[in-house]
Design a protein around this ligand. Structure first.
Ligand SMILES: [Zn+2]
Length: 135
């Protein structure tokens, strides 16, 4: 007779639950994040796969150059400093677009981070129930 291992989360006795410090809902002690509010309960293990390493190293190498290009290739400051009022107007309009676009980018980044955290909560919690051995 085989044991039933159909459920990813085996039933646990009620006394093995702890309480989330943020929303006070019962959570399993091996959870890294609260499945209800997303509060961090333990520090999850970081991925050390070769793919993740390549991604981090590549990103670290490329990121300063993206910032370099963004700063040096923006022509708006030349226009703002111009003595020609028409060119100055173009410069200020470019600055307004830059600020507005930055606000949208920051807002989208915030949305992306929140979505990543909520989707990571369930997967990391499932990872934790297998003893953190990785997938
Ligand atoms: Zn919670």
């Amino acid at each position: 007779m085989e044991e039933t291992i159909s459920s990813p989360l085996p039933p646990v006795p009620a006394n093995s639950f702890t309480v989330c410090p943020q929303c006070h809902l019962p959570v399993r002690p091996e959870f890294y994040f609260c499945p209800n509010c997303g509060a961090k309960l333990h520090i999850p293990p970081l991925s050390t796969t070769i793919g993740m390493q390549i991604w981090i190293y590549l990103f670290s190498a490329v990121l300063p150059w993206i910032a370099y290009l963004a700063i040096t290739k923006w022509q708006g400051m030349k226009y703002i400093r111009s003595s020609d009022p028409r060119a100055r107007a173009i410069g200020y309009l470019a600055l307004a677009i830059l600020v507005l676009s930055s606000i949208i980018a920051i807002w989208l980044t915030t949305v992306w981070i929140n979505q990543s955290i909520s989707s990571a909560v369930s997967s990391v919690n499932n990872l934790g129930s297998f003893g953190g051995g990785g997938l």
